[in-house]
Design a protein around this ligand. Sequence first.
Ligand code: PLP
Length: 385
Amino acid sequence: MSKDNLRFDSKLIHGGQIPDKAYGAVVPPIYQTSTFKQDSLGVHKGYEYSRSGNPTRAALEGSLASIESGNFGFAFASGLAAIDAVMKLLNPGDEVISADNLYGGTHRMFTQIYQDKGVKFHFVDAGNPENIRPLVNAKTRIIWIESPTNPLLQVVDIKKIAEESKQHKILLVVDNTFASPYLQRPLEMGADIVMHSATKYIGGHSDLVMGALIVSDKELADRLYFIQKATGAIPGPMDCFLALRGIKTLALRMERHCENAAVVAAFLESHPRVEKVYWPGLKSNPDYALATAQMKHYGGVVSFVIKGNDREEVVGFVEKLELFSLAESLGGVESLVAYPTSMSHGGMTQDERERMGVTDGLIRLSVGIEDSEDLVADLANALKS
Ligand code: PLP
């Protein structure tokens, strides 16, 4: 049976994996080594130095390629390092059309690093794909989107935007961090590069920081491999092992994250102290139909605004929570609460945040895999006062 034809849940366990030839280890071993002995000058067993390649990283990269329906996977030291590697494909004068609803750190890299180096960015509301065409010109190299977005969970029509990018021979990059490959596989919808903060659902246990890129095209893969090797932002073997272990339970975890998020979103929507809930699985959400068509389920992140929409309300609320820990990040098994204004989107100006809808009363929940009744009880208690 070819491992290429496995169904998704089986790929999580077996996809892209090469059985261990040395001792038959069922789990890819942690090759905690910086270098590899050469039998003679240039004669080696496939690995020379762990920046250019390491067997544990290769096992993870094979798995990433398999579960995102791509041919090549690349692991990086963080999600931002993965984004940086994509940006290094560009030259001064090149242009990027980027969604304006974006993780704050991505926006910060675009506007405070690459803009200064001569790359021009056009930020648009990618929720309406029609907004993209008027900005395309001979210098456009990349369209960058995120779906669902951090933190407002906007869903972007990947297929429609891929049609546009293909027509103009522009690379479409999709940050698939919030969906994970279990819920959505952008390469199957026509994207050219899938990017992940593997720190989140791929790792799944809040115990590593990592990024990933997955592509199908060989020439693009060669360019990204060269950047990975030449600039060296690679993860260590231990983190690759942890990410591989996380991937094995991705389907089980995502199912539970999504089920719990549905319960939490419904509770918040019916609560008199809550002004607005952002979760694409709510029928009241404007992106509900698109999310239903594009995703397997609606994801484990729920954002909401407490009535009054101000910082004081938020402080009172988060201080009373007991199960949801106030912390950066998302996608781990434990529930977290974050305040985008000063955390994930703190690198943006107040003006930029307000334009994208990140207001002072916005709270983001990463709903974990605990019992949903306990999570609702914790939220109900914190919303009491
Ligand atoms: N993309 C998204 C959607 C994110 O949420 C994050 C981090 O929160 C990143 C990219 C950056 O990833 P990392 O923190 O692993 O560098």
